[in-house]
Design a protein around this ligand. Structure first.
Ligand code: ZN
Length: 529
């Protein structure tokens, strides 16, 4: 009977531990993982938008729809004053700075470098080019610029280029306003529809970006020189909005000329016809710094046109890298299985990426994206889940031995300087060992673990593998004097799966500090003296 009671007690305690872990797991995403696209909607409404469009609640928005001017005349009577996109963004960012609002939610590690420069560019009304290697949140910042626009603006109904109701620039709208005057119908364009983006490739055409002659309109009997025959490209369609060109140096020179003419002279030239089209666009671009500065990739006048050249960068600290990974890595809900990622694993993953960014074996020109860290964390968690299922364990906790699997999620995202496959494995393996050593030595002084090392004298050895059960590690911990204390440096938990992960971290750390030998025997790792 007493035995049974004890068993129940143990069972309850274990259950509590797991619960504790689960709490930790489920609270983690809230720390900052909300996708900025979802979050910004609520957080980022610049105050002054409501000057024209009061209210955001359901009830109020019904009123809003009813009260919103529907014609040019009503709009004029409402006192609405359209402003240029630069004025609009400037006014809204100033109001956000005043209100101490976070302007780029979800962007980590740029508070003192990139963000102030973006703010300056917008306050000074300058077009921006972001220079940076891949995976430095350039696209994300560009998309977040939309949040600096008014919630909605009025446009002439049906206009392909979002004409300002008071001063239309397209021929068709000018004709409509001349005919209908104040009765001209308007519609309201939401800010998410005022953003355009194009990845520049060598085969991007004038037709894509600027426009083309529409053969159907010509067939209807219009002359080629008639502005009404134009089928507008992406840029004119983003009139009164933000247009981003990714990888600007990949744009053919004649397109760069076309872009420059449009920005500087408000001219568009299609198939030899020149049309004046004073578009109002906030232009943003991105480029790899080496492409951008290399001679001849960008025509000089276009380069001069970008007022602000802002250099992005990778997370400076391991902490920032870990925070970004925590925010971005893909979790699945609905699994019965719980998982828990110990901090040291997160640090090791971030450290591997940081070391890769300094490695002479890896192309630094293309860079090592934060996406490498994100994918690697997903991989080690996946491997831990696979193990937990196989072993029938309740909690999936990644271990050092899972890190061997990051080869798959690393090699596709970085470019090696050499071309042999065998090198990739060695390079990633070396980076991993260096990272584990670095993280280990930040948490432990190897000298304070001498007691553990001594016990390996005289033939004692410990076997580990990615498929060894957590209980077996717990037995090791109890057998090796000082191990339990060393484990407590990293965790208060007694959950076997967590303990197992940390025991392995300590053994590997001692090995990397040359205190223990390590050999591989039939898929198992043996630590001994
Ligand atoms: Zn128009």
């Amino acid at each position: 009977m007493e035995l049974l009671n004890n068993l129940i007690l143990i069972f309850r305690r274990k259950k509590k531990e797991i619960k504790g872990v689960r709490k930790q797991v489920s609270s983690a995403p809230e720390e900052g993982s909300t996708h900025p696209a979802g979050k910004s909607e609520q957080n980022n409404n610049p105050d002054n938008i409501r000057r024209n469009e009061p209210g955001k609640e359901n009830k109020e928005s019904i009123n809003k729809v009813q009260n919103k001017p529907k014609t040019v005349g009503e709009l004029r009577a409402s006192g609405y004053r359209p402003v240029s996109i630069r004025e609009e963004m400037r006014r809204n960012i100033i109001s956000m700075i005043k209100g101490n609002k976070k302007i780029f939610p979800g962007i980590i590690g740029y508070d003192e470098t990139v963000i102030p420069q973006v703010e300056n560019a917008i306050i000074s009304g300058q077009d921006i080019i972001f220079l940076g290697e891949r995976g430095q949140a350039k696209s994300r910042i560009m998309r977040l610029l939309v949040e600096l626009l008014d919630e909605e603006i009025p446009v002439i109904k049906g206009c392909e280029i979002n004409d300002n109701p008071f001063s239309p620039i397209c021929k068709s709208c000018r004709e409509i306003v001349a005919r209908d005057g104040d009765a001209t119908e308007i519609s309201w364009l939401s800010r998410k529809d005022r953003y355009g983006e194009k990845l520049a490739t060598p085969d991007t055409t004038i037709a894509d970006l600027i426009g083309d002659v529409d053969p159907i309109k010509v067939a209807e009997g219009r002359y080629l020189s008639d502005e009404l025959t134009i089928h507008y490209g992406l840029i004119p369609r983003t009139n009164r909005g933000i247009f981003c060109i990714n990888e600007l140096p990949d744009l053919a020179e004649r397109l760069q000329v076309g872009l420059f003419n449009l920005m500087e002279e408000s001219d568009i030239q299609i198939k030899g016809y020149r049309i004046r089209l004073p578009l109002d666009i906030f232009l943003v671009a991105s480029a790899n710094p080496e492409d951008y500065t290399s001679r001849g990739r960008i025509i000089t006048p276009l380069k001069d046109r970008y007022g602000a050249q802002i250099r992005t960068h990778y997370p400076v600290t391991i902490k920032d890298e870990v925070t970004i990974v925590e925010q971005e890595w893909q979790r699945f809900s609905g699994d019965e299985l719980e998982y828990y990622v110990p901090d040291y694993i997160k640090e090791v993953i971030a450290e591997i990426t940081h070391l890769a960014r300094k490695s002479p074996d890896i192309s630094q020109r293309s860079g090592v994206s934060v996406r490498v860290s994100i994918a690697n964390q997903e991989t080690v968690v996946a491997n831990a889940i696979r193990r937990a299922i196989t072993l029938g364990e309740k909690l999936a906790v990644p271990r050092i031995s899972d890190l061997g699997y990051i080869l798959a999620s690393t090699t596709g995202k970085v470019e090696m300087e050499s071309f042999e496959d065998t090198d990739e494995e060695k390079i990633v393996g070396d980076l991993t060992r260096k990272a584990v050593l670095g993280v280990f030595n930040r948490h432990y002084q190897p000298g304070e673990l001498e007691d553990i090392v001594q016990q390996f004298n005289g033939g004692f050895s410990v076997e580990t593998s990615e498929t060894t059960s957590a209980r077996s590690y717990v037995r090791n911990m109890k057998e090796i004097r000082g191990m339990a204390k060393a484990v407590r440096v990293m965790t208060d938990s007694e959950t076997p799966e967590i303990v197992a992960s940390i025991v392995e971290f300590i053994l590997e750390g001692l090995h990397l500090n040359k205190r223990l030998n390590k050999s591989r025997v039939q898929g198992k790792t043996v630590y001994k003296r």
